[in-house]
Design a protein around this ligand. Sequence first.
Ligand code: AMP
Length: 440
Amino acid sequence: MAYSEKLFDYADDDQQAIADKRAGDTDNRGYIGIHSASFKDFQLREELQKAIRTHGFEHPSEVQHQCIPQALNGRDIICQAKSGMGKTAVFVLSILHMLKVEENHCQAVVVTHTRELAIQAHDEFKRFANDLPVVVDYYLGGEPMDVQVKKLKKNQPNILVGAPGRILQLLEGDHLKFDMIEYFILDECDKILQNTDMRAQVQGAFKRTPRDKQVMMFSATLPLDIRPICRKLTKNPMEIYVDDQAKLTLHGLLQHYVNLPEEKQKNRKLVDLLDNIDFNQVIIFVKSRDRAEALAKILNTGQFPTAYIHGRMEQSARIRIFEEFKNYRKRILVSTDLMGRGVDINKVNVVVNYDLPPLDKHGEHESEKNSAFNKAVDQYLHRVGRAGRFGTKGLAITFVSSPEDATVLNKVQERFSVDIKELPLSVDPSTYKDVARGEI
Ligand code: AMP
């Protein structure tokens, strides 16, 4: 099947306004995965308990229940847990509880694979550290070095969040000091360690930290070949793996596919979905930066105010778009896999895989092919996890336009024991939309 890289133009006269019905009245937070124990059991410092109440966290999730006590005991952790179930709060709360602030010393570092995720983790620290005298900051590539160097000269943040490239640059220039690091966190650790450049950068940073520190790593996917690398960076870690992959399926998430044998059918179908699906916010994933821009342009012409984001954009534009979408000023976002992992925007209740994740280049060898497909299957899981955060409802729709697409989707079904059916003519909005989060 010819599978063109180019997006087909589509214009339709009779587009309707986006359906914006409020529907369904059940909030299915509280299903399995959220623990009945209380945050009080962790005996966190009062400032944190207050913040937990303020932010409406009622019960710890399963991953929080498993990991927070171990983290507070100083144990290294390698943790696989499903998407959107509160992994960030594990390290945010634990570090904020344990940290004895030493002014002008960097004591904790959180490494993320994208700048957006760094900002998100930074914001999560800030919102829980409101009443604590701790300096939290992020340092990202794409921003002027000289400004960052000046800032670091004045003050080293107690908690630093960033992507590995800039962190290493700052360390190599001796602007940043890691000799007092007590906590080293890798978020989406498999993604970071699978990438040879990022892995080398992390190792470079790691070497500059004291031997005696606590290391914690998290991801929803922890492939077997990455686990030994994780272990090398830790000491006697508590390891949590979800070996029954079915347990990674998000129960609040409806998953469907649409067969579109020709690439050019995709735009018409997408517009049809945007007209008829009751979404709060939607992320549409495409396989290349050019396609992200082209598709957003088409949707904007067709009266769907749409933003796009990808890794080749200027840093300032990227952050602006991310914030705009996060603050609900745009409801439709077209993205490459940049937004595919970790990003937590709780009004996103629909994800569309306009393109499935591209397969890594592979030869004819069976093991190479398998590895390429496995990565795409992992990425599918991360992408659809952008909807259905913390046990809420969501809908994921995947366009299938090539034999490879069909193979990926079949592997998703096998691996996660999930039955992905063809999208019916209509879907009851109460099955994928929570009233509580739909109301603005
Ligand atoms: P994460 O998996 O860390 O991205 O978290 C997903 C979302 O769940 C974020 O919006 C968190 O603020 C939220 N969250 C995390 N833990 C809890 C909790 N115990 N109760 C309610 N919401 C939570």
